[in-house]
Design a protein around this ligand. Structure first.
Ligand code: AMP
Length: 355
């Protein structure tokens, strides 16, 4: 048997009655609801105000019921209602962001995956400790501008969409730079970005074995980032600034990508290290996560960020990706979550995937 994340009391209602797959109506919700429906679960969408109209356009991605709250943080006063509906919350980027990582972790409603991971993702310092101690290559970090010896990216903590991130070609270009808040100065890695969609199942005994379970690669995307892109970013910044445009990394969409097949062992190794270390640090990274990195010309994958839940880039693959097709046909990340719940429930192992 593996590691129990959830208490027996928390999980007991979901053993008695099938869970209702629940998430916030945004981000990757269509796919999550669609996956729930495909695997025979009921679904519930939390929204503010009237149910969003766009669901009418997507009958297979529409939740069976809605719970409307005045503002997202007020979900906290609707937990009885959620528990009456045997809600099982599926975290996604917007859900955690709008509710707040701390509040999300404290909700007295069952959550898919290990809710402890939310705290490790929210804090960039903790995230670095996790990844570096796992032996994952990350961009260099400079304690001060005087140490800089190449191109850098200055990142502000909690900057939404990388707003106000600052790029500098070299130390000279950093002279006179006045930070406007808590930030890190990081090596600017020149290369190609890949956002790798993994799923870790602690209860699977097939496939690419990691810990007691297995690691699946279900897709890969690259984010389209507003008004700035790729390797000409460093040169382009000056021109943008001269034109009165402040470059941002606000994500506007996603494009599918595949990696050279010979590089797959490297990204699987990175994914496996992240999972193995998470088991030692906080009981495990369970379910979907995304490794976000840059492949350099020397074919070294440097990880600048991880997302420890479903990412919106998986929306590309509602009916499968070049990778998930080789795992199981028609397997979206949303469906994979529902499948895990179904299999864990059937095996009496829900506590290993619900917290
Ligand atoms: P983040 O907020 O860390 O997800 O970064 C937002 C965006 O900034 C990423 O999607 C990349 O395009 C870019 N970026 C972040 N870190 C680096 C880095 N060390 N080198 C080059 N680009 C980066």
């Amino acid at each position: 048997m593996g590691i129990d994340l959830g208490s027996a009391a928390l999980v007991a209602p979901l053993v008695e009655r099938a869970p209702t797959i629940t998430t916030l109506c945004s981000h990757s919700s269509l796919q999550i609801f669609h996956g729930a429906r495909t695997e025979g679960f009921r679904s519930l969408g939390v929204c503010t105000g009237a149910p969003p109209r766009f669901y009418d356009a997507f009958p297979l991605g529409r939740p069976d019921q809605f719970l409307s709250v005045p503002t997202i943080p007020e979900i906290r006063s609707h937990t009885d209602e959620l528990n009456r509906a045997t809600a099982l919350l599926v975290p996604h980027g917007s859900f955690v962001e709008y509710l707040g990582a701390d509040a999300f972790q404290k909700l007295p409603v069952p959550v898919f995956g290990n809710r402890a991971v939310i705290g490790w993702e929210a804090d960039r310092e903790k995230e670095r400790v996790w990844l570096e101690s796992a032996g994952v290559r990350m961009p260099e970090r400079y304690a001060s501008a005087s140490e800089v010896d190449g191109p850098v990216i200055v990142k502000y903590y909690g900057a939404k969409g990388g707003k106000g991130f600052f790029l500098a070609k070299n130390r000279k270009a950093l002279e006179g730079f006045k930070p406007t808040g808590p930030h890190v100065i990081q090596e600017y890695v020149l290369g190609t970005r890949y956002y790798v969609h993994f799923f870790y199942s602690p209860i699977s005994d097939r496939g690419y074995r990691v810990g007691r379970g297995s690691l699946e690669l279900l897709g890969m995307d690259r984010r389209d980032e507003a008004n700035i892109d790729e390797h000409y970013k460093l040169g382009a910044q000056e021109q943008l600034l001269n034109a009165g445009i402040r470059p941002t990394f606000v994500v506007t969409g996603n494009v599918p990508v595949v990696l050279r097949e010979s590089l797959l062992p490297q990204v699987f190794d990175v994914g496996a290290r992240i999972v193995e270390r998470s088991i030692e640090l906080f009981g495990g990274m369970v379910g979907p996560f995304c490794v976000e990195g840059i492949m350099t010309e020397d074919l070294v994958f440097k990880v600048f960020e991880i997302s420890t839940r479903i990412v919106a880039g998986t929306n590309l693959f509602v009916s499968g990706s070049s990778y998930s097709d080789l795992v199981r046909p028609d397997l979206s990340m949303g469906r994979r979550i529902a499948l895990e719940v179904k299999e864990a429930r059937a095996a009496g192992r829900l506590r290993e995937v619900v917290s």
